[in-house]
Design a protein around this ligand. Structure first.
Ligand code: PGA
Length: 254
């Protein structure tokens, strides 16, 4: 059975004390209210990672991740953070290829493929993001775009490595806009992604891969999105900044 996951992406929000306090609230609420085996992940700014990982030790249902890493093992890359450094503070996940990284930092599929490889090499789980822009959606090229991002970013992995990753479909037009993909629109792409995985790695691997939906997911729309056959959870931006909303999204599985 593939994992049911809700991952929060705090982006460049939260100072250090507020991050710790929101995360502590999340841990307590998950402990008291979440009954299933769902995995909650908070992808925080780097400054929080070490402290959050310490707090998360007490609850196996909550894990911590970073939002990016550098593609090199180590070296003279001023201001960058490596996968091994992220691993060393107890984080377990890294978001790779978020559309904001692709758009504002020019990250290409080839670069993202290198980042995925280094992440896996260091024992971290990449949450690899793909998704089309509004222009690509309206121009009806979105299936091609998704396929290209999969091919360039993760389909070069060995079957063993591919089996370790999590995918997130995030239509760029739905991120932070309040415009959510309809459950049918999201399901259509998730089913397409799973089919492409089956073609490349076989049905068993496809059935085991968690594919999250991201883009204006909130406590109101989560249950309907998560009830779709091929949607295994969410990658949550804005709504992950409030502990109550984030935990209510996790509870949407029940
Ligand atoms: P949003 O962001 O939930 O604020 O739309 C999602 C994301 O960027 O991962």
């Amino acid at each position: 059975m593939r994992k049911k996951i809700v991952a929060g992406n705090w982006k460049m929000n939260m100072d250090y004390p507020s991050g710790l306090s929101v995360f502590s609230e999340i841990i307590n609420m998950v402990k008291d209210e979440v009954t299933g085996s769902q995995q909650a992940i908070v992808c925080s700014p780097y400054i929080h990672l070490s402290s959050l990982a310490q707090l998360a030790k007490s609850n196996s249902q909550v894990s911590v991740g970073a939002q990016n890493c550098h593609q090199a093992e180590s070296g003279a890359y001023t201001g960058e953070i490596s996968a091994s450094q992220i691993k060393s503070v107890g984080a377990e996940y890294v978001i790779i290829g978020h559309s904001e990284r692709r758009q504002y930092f020019g990250e290409s599929d080839a670069l993202l493929s290198e980042k995925t490889v280094i992440t896996l090499k260091n024992g971290l789980t990449p949450i690899f993001c793909i998704g089309e822009t509004l222009e690509q959606r309206e121009g009806n090229t979105y299936f091609d775009v998704i396929k290209e991002q999969l091919t360039g970013g993760v389909f070069n992995l060995s079957a063993d490595d591919f089996a370790k990753i999590v995918l997130a479909y995030e239509p760029v037009w739905a991120i932070g806009t309040g415009l959510t993909a309809s459950p049918e629109q999201a399901q259509e792409i998730h089913a397409f992604i799973r089919k492409e995985i089956a073609v490349k790695y076989g049905q068993e691997t496809a059935d085991e891969t968690s594919i999250l939906y991201g883009g204006s997911c909130n406590p109101k729309n989560a249950a309907e999105l998560f009830s779709q056959t091929d949607i295994d959870g969410g990658l949550i931006g804005g709504a992950s900044l409030k502990s109550r909303d984030f935990v209510d999204i996790i509870k949407a599985f029940n």
